[in-house]
Design a protein. Structure first.
Lengths: 97, 314
């Protein structure tokens, strides 16, 4: 049973890391601010979600698991708000030029 | 073991690379971003060294100084292109390089000649920790064994705020600090600053409370409280009180006053300044931490908000 759980953790965390990697490649390769933000937020939200999902069965108690989920939700909110602000500035600069 | 070593090696290389880049890059803005990343990496380094208290403080302070430095960098941006063109003479650069190298070499020599094993106070702390009733050795050191340092650090923060406020023009003195922000209620900032503070305040009190027995404490909690206040201020939902406000002044010095009062009370009750009576250490320390958390939060928030600039310039 514990082997199965460990296998799940490794699989989910590696998938999460893959999304982070993809997001970083997108950040470096995509042509403008809006597409870069798209790559970054999609990848980070899903990537971190998978990592948290993978770590959940390893949590020592329910509180630890809840804290992990709260961390993921807080990063989701922060990412969404910050990218909205950055996108707003980027669009204002584009229309100004 | 091997994987840990590889991870630590990569981390050390990354920290050095970001540090070198931060110094080498010409634009202040880029250097500021580099410095913020450097602070976050240092937090990871502290975690690898099994010092979560230092990591939490580094992350909290890094975020705060990052905001302050970014704002300074934005103000400097228009004038710095001209300054960058004025390259100092070769002799001066050689001299600066030699000096920097000498300092680094001396530091390296000192580090390599540290006595082995390094002198440590850990056994004394472990032996005496039970007398404080605290489970977190870092909190025990900060608020019992080296309380005088912590007291003076809190005073330094207030001095820093006085220095920031002293930049205010005479006409604006006593007014509301910072720029007046008109926020629309449909703005995403307003949404965030309604959604996040309830969560942030609960987490701040949680970090303060577990600080007695686990990593955490008043400083990290105070930074979170400051961040929540700043969110609402930057969205235009609340306004900081005028710097002449008496309530604000009391909030600023409350932590230091409680610390000093209990420290002085220790002289008749426990026989020394900043000593706690037998069995009372933990509740008194929690009281000091609670008051300090409020004061640190208000001070840090006001440090970011800035000085009263008056209505005319807004």
């Amino acid at each position: 049973m514990s082997l199965l759980i460990d296998a799940w953790t490794v699989l989910a965390v590696f998938s999460g890391v893959f999304f982070f990697l993809a997001g970083t490649v997108g950040l470096l390769r995509f042509p403008d601010a809006l597409t870069r933000l798209h790559a970054l937020t999609k990848a980070d939200n899903l990537g971190l979600g998978l990592i948290v999902f993978g770590l959940l069965p390893q949590a020592v108690d329910v509180w630890m698991a809840l804290k992990l989920i709260v961390i993921w939700l807080l990063v989701l909110i922060a990412g969404a708000v910050v990218s909205q602000r950055v996108a707003r500035v980027a669009r204002a600069q584009e229309s100004g030029q | 073991m091997m994987a840990g070593l590889v991870l630590d090696g990569l981390l050390a290389l990354l920290v050095l690379a970001v540090a070198a880049w931060t110094i080498g890059v010409c634009q202040t803005f880029a250097a500021t971003v580099g410095f913020t990343v450097y602070g976050l990496l240092l937090a990871v380094v502290w975690m690898r060294l099994a010092a979560p208290d230092a990591a939490l403080t580094e992350a909290a302070i890094g975020a705060l100084t990052g905001v302050l430095l970014l704002r300074a960098a934005i103000q400097l941006a228009p004038s710095e292109a001209g300054l960058n063109r004025l390259r100092p003479a070769l002799k001066l650069r050689l001299l600066a390089g030699t000096l920097a190298f000498a300092i680094t070499a001396t530091l390296a020599a000192v580090v390599f000649h540290l006595p082995e094993p390094a002198p440590t106070l850990v056994p004394q702390v472990t032996a005496q920790q039970a007398s404080t009733g605290l489970g977190n050795a870092v909190t025990a050191v900060l608020l019992a064994f080296r309380a005088i340092d912590t007291l003076l650090e809190a005073v330094v923060l207030i001095f820093a705020l006085v220095a920031v406020w002293s930049l205010a023009p005479d006409a604006a003195w006593g007014g509301i600090p910072g720029a007046q922000i008109k926020g629309g209620s449909g703005d995403v900032r307003a949404y965030l600053s309604r959604l996040l503070p309830p969560v942030g305040i609960v987490i701040a009190f949680y970090i303060f409370w577990v600080g007695a027995d686990f990593p955490g404490g008043k400083f990290q909690a105070g930074t979170l409280l400051a961040a929540m206040g700043l969110l609402a201020t930057m969205a235009g939902l609340i306004q900081p009180p005028p710097v002449a406000s008496r309530g604000l002044r009391w909030a600023l010095v409350l932590g230091t006053l409680v610390f000093l009062a209990l420290g002085l009370a220790g002289m008749p009750l426990a026989g020394a300044f900043l000593a706690y009576p037998e069995g009372w250490a933990k509740p008194l320390i929690l009281l000091i931490e609670a008051a300090s958390m409020l004061s640190i939060g208000v001070t840090l928030g006001l440090l970011v908000i800035g000085y009263p600039a008056g209505q005319a310039e807004q």
